[in-house]
Design a protein around this ligand. Structure first.
Ligand code: ADP
Ligand code: MG
Ligand code: ZN
Length: 601
């Protein structure tokens, strides 16, 4: 585009191009915004409020060079491109922006190459690149439940922020960084906000994942801005979510490192080292992948404190439900204890979502308080999927009914099994034709101490669907509907052999937990045993699965009349609740209540 320098109307506000270059060298320029539509640069000088317009000519490489030079040595000059609206020049603007972006891109590459040792990146615009600041989070420790240990550990941080003198007076060094480690939705962000809320300090936050797809240098500049602002507002909390996105081991990962990430990480480390222990800024970072973090981050003086934020146990779930039930109308029949019992493995976010779904259903059904039915439906919706319209009577429906009753009957008859909650053949989104659901014993699930008997019954139950299909419809009619069940069986049986020492191979762990497959330090999972052992393992896995399958078939064969009866009822009613199911089973079996079928090879 041809240059037609626009003269600034106000002479006082004007600056010539060469004067601008001189001022950059002198370190008097704070910000340069290039307007390619009008070919001017709007410049903010040190200690001046108003911006000054400088006419540009169609090529102005010296400007970028000077700014880059200056940024390399000391000062940071913000550089940005912002076209003013001028419809007549629409095409020209686009072309010019492209040109400038390309130019800057090229320049950045040169700058980086020439200063590789320094790790200094050019500050490039903070206009779009933004962190968030909350002057008051409004979250208190009371709003966080179920993660008591983490809360206790972090109460200390609140006193560091509120009364730093108490610690510095006796020569204690206040920690700079706390790393919260735990699965998604467990309340890490909430906890960080609660610390800020309790201490009454501002909360600055940024997410690691936002850094990943930015121009080189932008991430580092953002980190710098973030820390500058936090220090200005100290005492303050800086929260870095998903720190693993920037804090991955440098040089790891497939396809080489990511320059942008490494620069951001380096800047973060520089900032953390750069301020004194009692600057009043405490950094809290969150991750669910501490294993991939660069070790430099975990060194003393950085994130030297780690707090585990785990999935809540039964009591924790109850506490979280209490918090989220505060602003909801629950009918008297709803028992939070019962919900907590039925939701092992749910995170705090899942539980919050569950109560919210139940409230939405209640509203849709025009009821005035959330009832047990809404809670139940919300749980199924979250765990299984949306309810679809029932199938019309068909052979397919019968087959699904036999499959699900196969699971359900084994849940009821086997000795070590947790009781059936309900069985249904109302289909769900995601290709679920029906399901049989257990109420798990919270102690077993929370402690993770599964016994061999429990695991064997689990395998038998899981195979019960296919076993029923085969018993009733014959070999040729079995369906692929059980593929998911078979996958579960294969994985669980293998774990029993290789990790829990529950086979004839004896009590040996043959595999260490393989949790790092990709993007981490070890790129290839290592096979830890020989081919001979591997064959033995396969044979054991097979033996376990075959045993459980035979067991399932035999039990179903022996209870065929009962099986048929249950299927008839299910086809008719579409859902059978656990208690009702057990009553029907009791009519047909002489098994005294507590003496159910033992399942041991
Ligand atoms: P994370 O950061 O660990 O992924 P969040 O803090 O973002 O989890 O949690 C999302 C939401 O879930 C929170 O805003 C809150 O409503 C709810 N929540 C999660 N954990 C808890 C908890 N321990 N106590 C109360 N509410 C929680
Ligand atoms: Mg979060
Ligand atoms: Zn199944």
């Amino acid at each position: 585009m041809l240059a037609t320098p626009v003269l600034a109307q106000n002479q006082e506000n004007a600056l010539s191009y060469s004067e601008l270059l001189r001022r950059i060298d002198a370190g008097e320029v704070e910000r340069v915004v290039i307007d390619p539509a009008q070919d001017v640069a709007r410049v903010r000088l040190e200690n001046r409020e108003e911006t000054v317009e400088v006419p540009l000519f169609d090529r102005h490489p010296e400007l970028f060079q000077k700014i880059a030079q200056q940024n390399r040595s000391a000062e940071t000059i913000e550089l940005d491109v912002q076209p003013s609206r001028d419809p007549s020049a629409a095409f020209g603007i686009a072309a010019n922006i492209l040109l400038i972006v390309l130019l800057i891109g090229g320049l950045m590459a040169i700058v980086r190459r020439s200063s590789q040792a320094g790790n200094q990146a050019m500050s490039f615009g903070k206009s779009r690149a933004r962190f968030q600041m909350d002057a008051k989070t409004g979250v208190m420790f009371d709003d966080v439940a179920g993660i008591e240990e983490a809360k206790e550990e972090l109460e200390e941080v609140v006193s560091f922020l509120k009364k730093p003198e108490r610690f510095t007076a006796v020569g204690a060094k206040i920690p700079k960084g706390v790393l919260l480690v735990g699965p998604p939705g467990t309340g890490k962000t909430l906890l960080a906000k609660a610390i800020a809320g309790e201490a009454g300090v501002p909360f600055f936050s940024i997410s690691g994942s936002e850094f990943v797809e930015m121009f080189v240098g932008v991430g580092a500049s953002r980190v710098r801005d973030l820390f500058r602002k936090a220090k200005e507002n100290a005492p303050a909390i800086v929260f870095i979510d998903e720190i693993d996105a920037v804090g991955r081991q440098r040089g790891a990962g497939i396809g080489g490192g990511n320059d942008e990430r490494e620069q951001t990480l380096n800047q973060l480390l520089t900032e953390m080292d750069g301020f004194e222990g009692n600057s009043g800024v405490i950094i809290i970072a969150a991750t669910n992948r501490p294993d991939v973090l660069d070790r430099a981050l975990l060194r003393p003086g950085r994130f030297d404190r780690q707090t585990i934020v785990d999935l809540p146990s039964y009591n924790g779930r109850l506490g979280i439900l209490d918090v989220h039930a505060r602003n909801k109308k629950l009918s008297a029949e709803v028992s939070l204890e019962a919900i907590a019992r039925r939701t092992p493995g749910f995170s705090g976010a899942d539980l919050a979502n569950l109560l919210n779904e139940a409230a939405i259903l209640t509203g849709r059904r025009r009821k005035d308080a959330i009832g047990p039915l809404e809670v139940d439906d919300a749980i199924d919706r979250i765990t299984v999927g949306l309810q679809l319209t029932p199938l019309l009577d068909s052979k397919k429906k019968r087959l699904i009914a036999y499959h699900e009753v196969g699971h359900a009957l084994l849940m009821t008859l086997l000795k070590n099994s947790d009781p059936l909650n309900k069985v249904t053949i109302i289909p769900r989104s995601g290709g679920v034709g029906g399901f049989a659901q257990q109420s798990f014993n919270e102690e077993t699930i929370d402690s993770g101490l599964y016994t061999r008997g429990w695991l064997m019954d689990r395998l038998t139950i899981t195979l019960g669907g296919r076993a029923a299909e085969q018993e009733v419809f014959g070999e040729a009619e079995v369906t692929i509907g059980a593929s998911n069940d078979l996958r579960v069986v294969a994985d669980l049986a293998r774990e029993m052999v290789t990790r829990y020492g529950m086979s004839e191979l004896g009590p040996f762990a043959l595999e260490t937990q393989n949790n790092e497959v990709f993007l981490g330090r070890d790129l290839m999972p290592k096979s830890e045993y020989s081919e001979e052992i591997s064959t033995l393992v396969d044979r054991q896995v097979r033996a376990i699965a075959v045993h459980c399958y035979e067991q399932a078939r035999q039990i179903l064969r022996e209870h065929r009349v009962l099986l048929d009866r249950l299927v008839d009822i299910l086809l008719d009613e579409e859902t059978i609740e656990g208690d009702r199911f057990r009553e029907i089973v009791a009519e047909y079996t002489e098994l005294p209540e507590k003496q159910l079928i033992a399942n041991n090879p």
